[in-house]
Every structure is written in C-alpha cells, then in structure tokens.
Design a protein around this ligand. Structure first.
Ligand code: PGA
Length: 232
C-alpha cells in the first residue's frame, strides 16, 4: 500500500520543514509514504526526511537532462538533490499547462531512464464519463506507457479532484481493474480521498494506494489516511 501526498502549489520551505518534522514523529508502519512538495521545497524535505522510510518526489519532470527550457527541471537535477521520484501527467498539468499524452510519455520515459520512480496520472473528465467514454480515454492515456518496475499509475477521475465528489469504491474498483487489464502496474486512486472515505476505497482489491491532494496538507488528515492504509 502506497500513500502519496500531492501538495500542489502549497507549502514553501518553512511550512515544508514544519510538516516534515511533524511527520518524522509519527509511528506509521505497514505503508509506503511519499510526499510531493513544490520544487522550491524539495531540498528541505529531502534533508529533513533523510534516514526515514518516507520518500520525496517532485510534481513534474522534464524529458531532457538539460537545455533551453525555461521553467523546467530535469530528472538528473532531481536525482542530484536526492529526490526519489516524480508525479507526471497530473490532470492539472494536462488542463492548464498543455500537457499531452505525448509529453507525458516523454517525461515518464526520461524519468525512469534516469532512475526516478514515477507516478503517472490518468483519468477521465466529467464530460467524458457522461459520454460513456471513460474506457476510451483510459485506453488512449495508457497506450503511450509501458510497464516498468518503477512505474505506478494513479487513476484520478478529474471530476473527483478537489471537488469532494469521490468515486464510489465500486466505480474506483471497476476502473482500476480495467486499467490493470491494459497495463501491469500498481494503481493508486486519487480524487477527494479523505480520512473518512480512505478505508473503503483502499479495501478494494485493485486499489493499491492513494494519491492525496487537499487532505495531505494537514498532518492530522494525512496521517489518518496513512493509518487507514496500514490497516487495509
Ligand atoms: P484532491 O487531489 O485529493 O484534493 O482531490 C488529488 C490530486 O489532485 O492528486
């Protein structure tokens, strides 16, 4: 079971330090933990979580090792910092920053080549689900990816992200089973995972963990989700 906290554009270095010091104090066993702070807070997170089992990952990564790509960061740079992995293809990047299946594939490939662990995000929008196109969308998003020991998928229905509208455990299970039929990888569920719904989502046989946004920002809610994971 893997629980990853996607902090999005929250927590600069000072708040990151405070959170990581608090997280170190928790007794969290039987669950793999990842925190994904913004780029500027990665160094302090790596430093303060050193010597623990908690991994630090970035929220994006470029496909070239270096180059004229203003605003981007490479896998090699992340590795130099001691960062363990990266999220790629989050729906917010697809929606607001022009990320496509092609650029997702390039980022994933380069990150894996460089030795990073990757959480690749997939998921349909509300309109796509309404049109009955969920499986087509997932098939298209997965077609550019290949299984890899260091690749984990995150199924995040876009209509469930930050909305409080979680997929039912049954819907999540159905999508996860479909995803696994196309690509052999662990699949995290993401989209409004909270302490009060984590246990039933994580109890589904094909739900291998969670990618948590809003509820990962407070130590109390994040650790409550981690505890639910360690019991399932
Ligand atoms: P949320 O975000 O938990 O706030 O819905 C999940 C995500 O975007 O990864």
């Amino acid at each position: 079971m893997l629980i990853a906290g996607n902090w999005k554009m929250y927590k600069g270095p000072a708040e990151t330090a405070e959170f990581c010091l608090g997280l170190r104090e928790q007794e969290l066993t039987g669950v793999d933990l990842v925190v994904c702070p913004p780029f500027v807070s990665l160094a302090v997170a790596v430093q303060l979580l050193a010597g623990t089992e908690i991994a630090v990952a970035a929220q994006n990564v470029h496909w070239d090792a270096e180059g004229a790509y203003t605003g981007e960061v490479s896998a090699e740079m992340l590795r130099e910092l001691g960062v363990y992995g990266a999220i790629v293809g989050h729906s917010e990047r697809r929606q607001y920053f022009g990320e496509t299946d092609d650029t997702v594939a390039r980022r994933v490939h380069a990150a894996l080549e460089a030795g990073l662990f990757v959480i690749a995000c997939i998921g349909e929008t509300e309109a796509e689900r309404g049109q009955g196109a969920t499986e087509d969308v997932l098939r298209r998003q997965l077609a550019v990816l290949e299984p890899d020991d260091n690749l984990v998928l995150a199924y995040e229905p876009v209509w469930a992200i930050g909305t409080g509208k979680t997929a039912t455990p049954g819907t999540a299970q159905e999508s996860h089973a479909f995803v696994k039929s196309l690509l052999d990888a662990p699949v995290l569920y993401g989209g409004s995972v909270k302490p009060d719904n984590a246990a039933e989502l994580l109890a589904q046989p094909d739900v291998d963990g969670a990618l948590v946004g809003g509820a990962s920002l407070e130590l109390e809610s994040f650790t409550a989700i981690c505890r639910a994971a360690s019991h399932s």
